[in-house]
Write a protein that binds this ligand. Structure first.
Ligand code: NAD
Length: 498
């Protein structure tokens, strides 16, 4: 059985730690085992990153960027292999894996602009013959911790920009589907990332807690569920690190009576059921304004769901693959049962689905609830499965109140033809990423990604301009050279400009 090890100081290391099975979610068969790094193993990775830091810090940004240009090419050349690794361990359909990889590559492209992005600010003559400038220096060793649902894109949100800024890095991918992340890191080394600059430790909470406590780690980027994000944020900041911790979500779409309902229904299908609903930007609640809107929309969604094909991710005709684990399938099924018990109307029931040839897989058909009410468990909690809830209200304001009252604030969208309503909605809604007739408003790589409320702990979002600020610290230098006739005597008052 293949053992998935760690990448430490440029070498693959395995056979020294506890191990865990890697399971193909489409068959529930064990396909590999992954090493779970002990404290000692993580400390070795941190030591390798710390040793590589001084030289990498002083490597010109242009040279660092050229390595990332080569990485972009290698990612494109090896796209089929990367996506096959991803689908085998995660289960998502290959076309979706390609989309994920492409969005990850866009983050590498943005990081290739490091020389420009790291340019400082300069002011001449802030005082007589005094010049001042601000520059953006790397932090040192940074760490990234990623969830299972985007095993390729999320590591690419983090380490390319972190190392482009001159930091060294330790990545801890999800222990459920780590192979693609490890392979991409190896491609980084092939592209020219020096040994020790990028390290990967596989593992569970022991590895994470070691990273959070170690004083050599200066900053931690985390993406995962909200309870773990909160733990990472509180522990990491308690040990005086810079931390950004992105958490879970419950994303609502408002459908107004004037919306193009055909368009809204097709858009919602992909947003709710794509990747089996295992996306932090998935739409899991539709708030329909008016019963006529709700009735028409539910009818159209039912028709689309009847044509949705659930199956193995390698089958090109599949729209939706399996859920990540058997335990997660059971958890999602429990929520569906609770929704029925709490009185919501289960219009489409995807429970009990079997896929011929993959009878043991973690398959669940698309589920659609109507008449969901605030306070029901299926509305309060993130389900992270192919379950779409429809709520009915009488006005846009009522819909906005439901969204604003929710604990999560990642994404939202509105379907309407009314520009004034859309503008009011995007201006006032308490959510970090807003779509107008766009169901998955994931910002482009040159913007930044971040939710509000319990979807993000920390001050800066992921990737884009925020990530340049996250992975650097500002230094401001004020300079005067004696000469030019400016000589002053001793001054005891605070320097000020007259
Ligand atoms: P998770 O929180 O279980 O795991 C995320 C990471 O934390 C993994 O690397 C895991 O090993 C580690 N971890 C898990 N439990 C831990 C513990 N007790 N102590 C320390 N570390 C621990 O999340 P998941 O199930 O892998 O991913 C799904 C979640 O991620 C969903 O909630 C989803 O919304 C969220 N997510 C959020 C975003 C975003 O951008 N906001 C993006 C993708 C996924």
């Amino acid at each position: 059985m293949h053992i998935i090890g760690h990448l430490i100081g440029g070498k693959i290391v395995s056979g020294i730690d506890r191990e865990q099975d890697i399971i193909n979610p489409s068959t529930n068969k064990t396909i590999a085992r992954v090493s779970l790094a002990s404290r000692k193993t993580v400390e070795e990775a941190i030591a390798a990153a710390a040793a590589a830091y001084p030289e990498w810090r002083d490597t010109p940004p242009l040279k660092r960027a050229r390595i990332l240009f080569r990485l972009k090419n290698l990612l494109e050349e090896n796209a089929d292999k990367i996506c096959a690794l991803l689908t085998r361990e995660h289960g998502k359909v290959l076309g979706d894996a390609m989309g994920e990889l492409q969005r990850g590559i866009e983050n590498v492209e943005y990081a290739c602009g490091a020389p420009g992005l790291l340019k400082g600010e300069h002011s001449r003559n802030v005082g007589p013959a005094i010049d001042s400038w601000s520059e953006f220096q790397p932090l040192g060793v940074c760490a990234g911790i990623t969830p299972f649902n985007f095993p390729v894109m999320l590591p690419l949100w983090m380490w390319p920009m972190a190392i482009a800024c001159g930091n060294t890095f330790v990545l801890k991918p999800s222990e459920r589907d780590p192979t693609a992340a490890l392979y991409i890191a190896e491609l980084g080394l092939e592209a020219g990332v020096p040994e020790g600059v990028l390290n990967v430790v596989n593992g569970d909470s022991e590895a994470v807690d070691t990273l959070l406590a170690d004083p050599r780690i200066q900053a931690v980027s985390f993406v995962g569920s909200t309870p773990v994000a909160e733990h990472v944020y509180t522990s990491g900041t308690a040990s005086l690190k810079r931390v950004q911790a992105l958490g879970g979500s419950k994303n609502h779409a408002i459908v107004m009576p004037d919306a193009d309902l055909d368009n809204a229904a097709t858009a919602l299908m992909g947003a709710a059921y794509g990747s089996c609903g295992e996306r932090c930007m998935a739409i899991s609640v539709v708030v329909a304004v008016g019963d006529a809107t709700a009735d028409a929309l539910v009818g159209k969604l039912q028709e689309h769901i009847a044509g949705l094909k659930v199956g193995d991710g390698f089958d090109n005709s599949s729209d939706m693959g399996p859920l990540i684990t058997r335990a997660h399938l059971e958890r999602v099924t429990d929520y569906i049962n609770r929704g029925v018990e709490e009185g919501a109307e289960l219009v489409v029931d995807g429970r009990g689905l079997t896929v011929p040839g993959f009878e043991e897989g973690n398959y669940l058909g698309a589920c659609l609830f109507d008449r969901v009410e605030p306070g029901m468990a299926i509305h309060l909690d993130e389900i992270f499965g192919p379950v779409l809830c429809v709520m009915r209200v009488d006005s846009m304001q009522q819909a906005m109140d439901i969204i604003d009252a929710h604990q999560y604030g990642n994404g939202t969208c509105i379907f309407t033809r009314d520009g004034e309503a859309a503008r009011y909605f995007s201006d006032h809604i308490r959510i970090g990423m807003v779509g107008i007739n766009v169901p998955l408003p994931v910002p482009a790589a040159y913007h930044s990604f971040g939710g509000w409320k319990n979807s993000l702990f920390g001050d800066l979002g992921a990737y884009g301009p925020d990530s340049v600020r996250f992975y650097t610290k500002r230094k401001t230098v004020t300079q005067r050279w004696p000469g030019g006739g400016v000589r002053e005597g001793v001054q005891f008052s605070f320097p000020a400009h007259d």
